[in-house]
Design a protein around this ligand. Structure first.
Ligand SMILES: C[S@@+](CC[C@H](N)C(=O)[O-])C[C@H]1O[C@@H](n2cnc3c(N)ncnc32)[C@H](O)[C@@H]1O
Length: 269
C-alpha cells in the first residue's frame, strides 16, 4: 500500500470541467511547486495551530472501516487518522504528485504503509464506488476545488449513508477584537513569509482564496445542497478556521452525482 496510486494521471486532471472558483484550477500544479516546503510553512504560518485543528477533524470521524482524506497533500490528516484509529485503513486523494511524494515519505517513515494508501486524483471525479467509505474529510482543501458543490457531492456519494463528512477550512475573520491582526497576518505576513521561504508567489493565492471563501452559513448551505445532512459548524479561535461536520445521505447528492454520471456517459457515446 506504500505506492502512490496513479489511476488518474495528473495530465488528465488539469482541465477539469466545471471550473467555477477563480484562481483554483484543481490540477494540484501550484502545490507541486511548494511541496517540499509546505509542512514547514504550514506550521509557521498557522503558528502551530493547524495541528490542533486537524486533531478536532480526526475526532469527528469513526474509528472503524476505511476512511477517505480528500486533498490529502503531504498526508498529515491521513497519518493522524491511521495513528488515532488502529483499526482503520485510510486513502488519501490529491492531484499533486509532489505533495503526495512528500506524504509517501512520511507514511513509510512511520511504517504505516500497510494502512495508508495515497491516490492521485481530483475531488471532482473520485475514482471510488458509491458508499465506499465509513467517513470522509478534507482539510484546507475545499477552497481549492474548482467546483465546490461538485466536490462535496462526490464526498457525499463515496461515503456510506449516515457516515460523517467533515471539512476543515480557513476563513477570513470578519469580527472580533483580534480580526484586524489576523487579517494583517493573512494578507501581508503570510505572502511575505511564503515568498521568502518557498521562493514562490503561491502564498499570494492563499490570501486571495481565504478571502474569497464564503461565510460559514453559506458553506453550510452548500454542504446541505450536496446532500449532506445535520451539518454543524464549529468556529476555531479568532475565527481563522471552521470545522464543518455532517452526515452523508443517500438522497440529493448521491442521486445528482449519479444523474450527472449518466448524462456524461450519454454525451460521450
Ligand atoms: C492547502 S493543501 C492541504 C493539504 C492537507 N489536507 C493538509 O491538511 O495540509 C491543499 C491541497 O488541495 C489539493 N487540491 C487542489 N485541487 C484539488 C482538487 N481538485 N481535488 C483534490 N485536491 C485538490 C492540492 O494539491 C493541495 O495538496
Amino acid at each position: 500500500m506504500s505506492e502512490i496510486n496513479e489511476r488518474t494521471p495528473n495530465s488528465m486532471i488539469s482541465n477539469t470541467p466545471g471550473v467555477k472558483v477563480e484562481g483554483a484550477d484543481g490540477s494540484g500544479l501550484m502545490f507541486d511547486h511548494i511541496a517540499k516546503r509546505y509542512d514547514l510553512l504550514n506550521r509557521l504560518i498557522s503558528l502551530g495551530l493547524d495541528q490542533s485543528w486537524r486533531r478536532k477533524l480526526v475526532a469527528s470521524l469513526p474509528g472503524h472501516g476505511e476512511l477517505l482524506d480528500v486533498a490529502t497533500g503531504t498526508a498529515d490528516v491521513a497519518l493522524a487518522l491511521a495513528k488515532s484509529y488502529p483499526e482503520v485503513s485510510v486513502i488519501g486523494l490529491d492531484p499533486s504528485v509532489n505533495m503526495l511524494n512528500v506524504g509517501k515519505g512520511k507514511v513509510n517513515r512511520r511504517t504505516l504503509d500497510q494502512r495508508v494508501r495515497l491516490d492521485v486524483g481530483t475531488a471532482l471525479d473520485m475514482p471510488y464506488d458509491s458508499n465506499s467509505f465509513s467517513g470522509s474529510c478534507v482539510a484546507f482543501g475545499v477552497r481549492n476545488f474548482p467546483d465546490r458543490l461538485r466536490g462535496m457531492r462526490e464526498m457525499n456519494r463515496v461515503t456510506a449513508a449516515g457516515g460523517p463528512v467533515s471539512v476543515l477550512e480557513l476563513s477570513e475573520p470578519r469580527d472580533g477584537l483580534f480580526s484586524p491582526f489576523v487579517r494583517l497576518h493573512v494578507h501581508h505576513i503570510v505572502p511575505w513569509m511564503g515568498a521568502i521561504l518557498s521562493g514562490n508567489s503561491e502564498y499570494r493565492y492563499l490570501q486571495k482564496s481565504v478571502q474569497a471563501f464564503p461565510p460559514p452559513q453559506d458553506f453550510v448551505a452548500l454542504m446541505e445542497e450536496a446532500g449532506i445532512t445535520e451539518v454543524k459548524v464549529e468556529r476555531m479561535p479568532f475565527g481563522v478556521a471552521h470545522l464543518y461536520t455532517g452526515l452523508a445521505s443517500s438522497s440529493v447528492g448521491r442521486e445528482n452525482a449519479e444523474e450527472r454520471e449518466k448524462s456524461e456517459n450519454k454525451a460521450s457515446v
